[in-house]
Ligand binder design. Structure first.
Ligand code: PBG
Length: 331
C-alpha cells in the first residue's frame, strides 16, 4: 500500500527552535572572527571612512580602545592596516621597514596594554608605503618586479615581527615570498611568528573602499592583474595554495569572500590547513548599502553571510562586521 504521507518529513526536525538548534550543522562563534582595523597618525582621532559606513580610521590611542572592545567580545585577533602620511610614501617604500612607523607603534601600544590577550595580524605588502599604490616595487617598465619586491617584503616582515606582530600576512601575491619570509623569520629567532598567507587573492573590483581607507585609491595607476589571480581561475588558485603551504604558511586565505566560496570549499577538500576568508571592504559596503536601501535587516544579512563562510569550510573570517557579529552571538 502506498504511504499516505511523505516517507521522509525533513520539516519534522525544523518544527521547534530547540530542535533547529540541535540539528544545526555549522555554527559561528566570536572565536571565528578577525577584525580588520585602520590606523592613522595623531591623538584622539576618529576618521570615518566615507565608502565604508560604520568603519573608521583610528589614531593609536583610540585603536587600543577598539582592541579592548575586541577582547571583551571574545574576538581572538585583529588585523591592522596603516594609512601612511603622504610624505612618507615613496617609490621604494622604505617606510615599510622603519621600526617607528605607524603600524609598529600601533602593535607596540597593543602589546603594552594587553600583552598576549589578543593576536595581532600585520599585512605584508608595500601598497600603504608606495607613492604609486602598487603592492611591490616597479621596474623600468612599471612592471611590479617580483624578486626585488621579495627583498623589501622580508625587511617589512622582520620589522613587524620585531614590533611584536603575532601573524605576518603577506597580501602581495609575489611568487616565493612565503618561503623567503619564513626563512628570514627563523634566522632572526621569530620561530613562533605565524604566516597567514593571502594565498588565493583575486584581482577584484571589491577592494575599492579599502583603498580609500588606506589612502591608496587615488594613487593607484592601472590595476593589480599582473600579480593577483584572475577571477576565472580555480585550478591556479589551488596551485597558489599548495605552493604557500609547501613554503611554510601556517594558514591560508581566500579573498574576497562570498564570490569565491567555491574556492574555499575546493581548498578545504584538498588541503589539511586552516583556511580563512576575507570578507572584503566592497562586500561590507554592499551589505550596508542594502540595509540603507531597505532590502533587509542588517544583523540577519550579516549573520547569514558569515555562516556561509563556515559552511564552505573556513576556520575563520576577516570581517569589518566582526564586532557586530560578536555582539549578536553574545545574545
Ligand atoms: C593590500 C590589501 C588589499 C586588501 C587587503 N590588503 C587591497 C588590494 O590588494 O588592493 C583588501 C581588503 C579589503 O578590500 O577589505 N595588499
Amino acid at each position: 500500500m502506498a504511504a499516505a504521507f511523505p516517507s521522509t518529513r525533513l520539516r519534522r526536525t525544523r518544527t521547534h527552535d530547540w530542535s533547529r538548534r540541535l540539528h544545526r550543522e555549522t555554527t559561528l562563534s566570536p572565536a571565528d572572527l578577525i577584525w580588520p582595523l585602520f590606523v592613522i597618525e595623531g591623538e584622539g582621532q576618529e576618521q570615518p571612512v566615507a565608502s565604508l559606513p560604520g568603519v573608521s580610521r583610528w589614531s593609536v590611542d583610540l585603536l587600543v580602545e577598539r582592541v579592548g572592545e575586541a577582547i571583551d567580545l571574545g574576538i581572538p585577533c585583529v588585523a591592522l592596516f596603516p594609512n601612511t602620511p603622504a610624505q612618507l610614501r615613496s617609490e621604494t617604500a622604505e617606510e615599510a621597514w622603519n621600526p617607528d612607523n605607524l603600524l609598529c607603534r600601533a602593535v607596540r601600544a597593543i602589546r603594552e596594554r594587553y600583552g598576549d590577550a589578543i593576536g595581532v595580524i600585520c599585512d605584508v605588502a608595500l601598497d600603504p608605503y608606495t607613492s604609486h599604490g602598487q603592492d611591490g616595487l616597479l621596474d623600468e617598465n612599471n612592471y611590479v618586479a617580483n624578486d626585488a619586491t621579495i627583498d623589501a617584503l622580508v625587511k617589512q616582515s622582520l620589522n613587524q615581527a620585531a614590533a611584536g606582530a603575532d601573524v605576518i600576512a603577506p597580501s602581495d601575491m609575489m611568487d616565493g615570498r612565503v618561503g623567503a619570509i619564513r626563512q628570514a623569520l627563523e634566522e632572526a629567532g621569530h620561530t613562533n611568528v605565524q604566516i597567514m598567507s593571502y594565498a588565493a587573492k583575486f584581482a577584484s573590483a571589491f577592494y575599492g573602499p579599502f583603498r580609500d581607507a588606506v589612502g591608496t585609491g587615488g594613487r593607484l595607476k592601472g590595476d593589480k592583474r599582473t600579480y593577483q589571480l584572475d577571477p576565472g581561475n580555480s585550478d591556479e588558485a589551488m596551485r597558489e595554495i599548495a605552493l604557500d603551504i609547501a613554503e611554510g604558511a601556517d594558514s591560508v586565505m581566500v579573498k574576497p569572500g562570498l564570490a569565491y566560496l567555491d574556492i574555499i570549499r575546493m581548498a578545504r577538500d584538498r588541503f589539511d590547513v586552516p583556511i580563512f576568508a576575507y570578507q572584503v571592504s566592497g562586500e561590507y559596503a554592499l551589505i550596508e548599502a542594502g540595509v540603507a536601501a531597505g532590502i533587509g535587516e542588517r544583523e540577519a544579512l550579516v549573520m547569514e553571510k558569515l555562516i556561509a563562510f563556515k559552511r564552505a569550510g573556513c576556520a575563520g573570517i576577516l570581517t569589518y562586521h566582526a564586532p557586530l557579529a560578536a555582539r549578536v552571538l553574545a545574545g
